[in-house]
Write a protein that binds this ligand. Structure first.
Ligand SMILES: Nc1ncnc2c1ncn2[C@@H]1O[C@H](COP(=O)(O)OP(=O)(O)OP(=O)(O)O)[C@@H](O)[C@H]1O
Ligand SMILES: Nc1ccn([C@@H]2O[C@H](COP(=O)(O)O)[C@@H](O)[C@H]2O)c(=O)n1
Ligand SMILES: [Mg+2]
Length: 223
């Protein structure tokens, strides 16, 4: 008798092809609302939410040999080497038991993107991109009050710089492949989620707010 794993590997033709998980990359500037919206998506659409930043923070607290290096990079708003982050993401994916993932805050630069593709051979189904003006993101981060060491004005400015210089080019790369779903994230949380729902809901289901899904080159307010 076949195991559960064997069954999961069978494609529609019954052959033993490896079934790849569905991955949605969730990108946007610091404080654009990625984590907030991912929590809503998990509740409504059954994805597992993996925040690269949260996994790195957990690694610091685990007493790992990389802990001090990661802590220093986060304080400076710098991007941790891909091999560290990808190993944490792969482990979390394996342990989840799910086959669909929101990968939040990754890939953050070209090195992240290329290394993930090389190691996992997974292409994202699409990239959810939260577009928000810098002034609004700064306001949100300064009032987040979750005790994050990088939510201070000095580090926030460094994070914005890294976002513009290293992360936006990744969004542009995926846009050139027609994979970006851009959301106006400067609105209230509920309104933003109406637009998000329109992307995840089945195509023939009418969802209020669909008109807020934008092309990347329309009104990018985060630059
Ligand atoms: N649409 C919104 N309007 C107002 N406040 C919001 C909105 N979305 C999120 N927030 C608040 O802004 C703060 C940052 O949100 P969140 O943590 O979801 O952002 P993020 O994109 O995950 O940030 P980071 O990249 O720093 O992890 C939180 O305090 C959250 O409650
Ligand atoms: N791919 C990533 C993601 C995050 N980091 C580091 O973590 C910090 C916080 O990330 P958030 O998504 O929680 O804002 C970020 O500023 C980086 O220092 C990373 O290195 N690589
Ligand atoms: Mg977050």
């Amino acid at each position: 008798m076949g195991t559960v794993v064997d069954a999961a590997k069978q494609d529609v033709n019954g052959s033993l092809a490896e079934k790849k998980p569905t991955v949605v990359f969730v990108l946007g500037g610091p404080g654009s609302g990625k984590g907030t919206q991912c929590a809503n998506i998990v509740e409504h659409f059954g994805y597992t939410h993996l925040s690269a930043g949260d996994l790195l923070r957990a690694e610091i607290n685990s007493g790992s040999e990389n802990g001090t290096m990661i802590q220093n990079m986060i304080k400076e708003g710098k991007i941790v080497p891909s091999e560290v982050t990808i190993r944490l993401l792969q482990k979390a994916m394996q342990e989840s038991g799910n086959d669909k993932f929101l990968i939040d805050g990754f890939p953050r630069n070209e090195e992240n993107r290329a290394a993930f593709e090389e190691v996992t051979k997974i292409e994202p189904a699409f990239v959810l991109f939260f577009d928000c003006a810098k002034e609004e993101m700064e306001r949100r981060l300064l009032s987040r009050n979750q005790g994050r060491e990088d939510d201070n004005i000095e580090t926030i400015r460094k994070r914005f710089k890294v976002f513009l210089e290293s992360s936006l080019p990744v969004v542009e790369y995926y846009d050139s492949k027609g994979k970006v779903r851009k959301i106006d994230a400067a609105r209230p949380i509920g309104e933003v989620f109406e637009s998000v729902k329109a992307i995840f809901a089945p195509k023939n289901e009418k969802v209020k707010g669909y008109g807020h899904v934008l092309r990347l080159n329309e009104c990018c307010s985060c630059t």
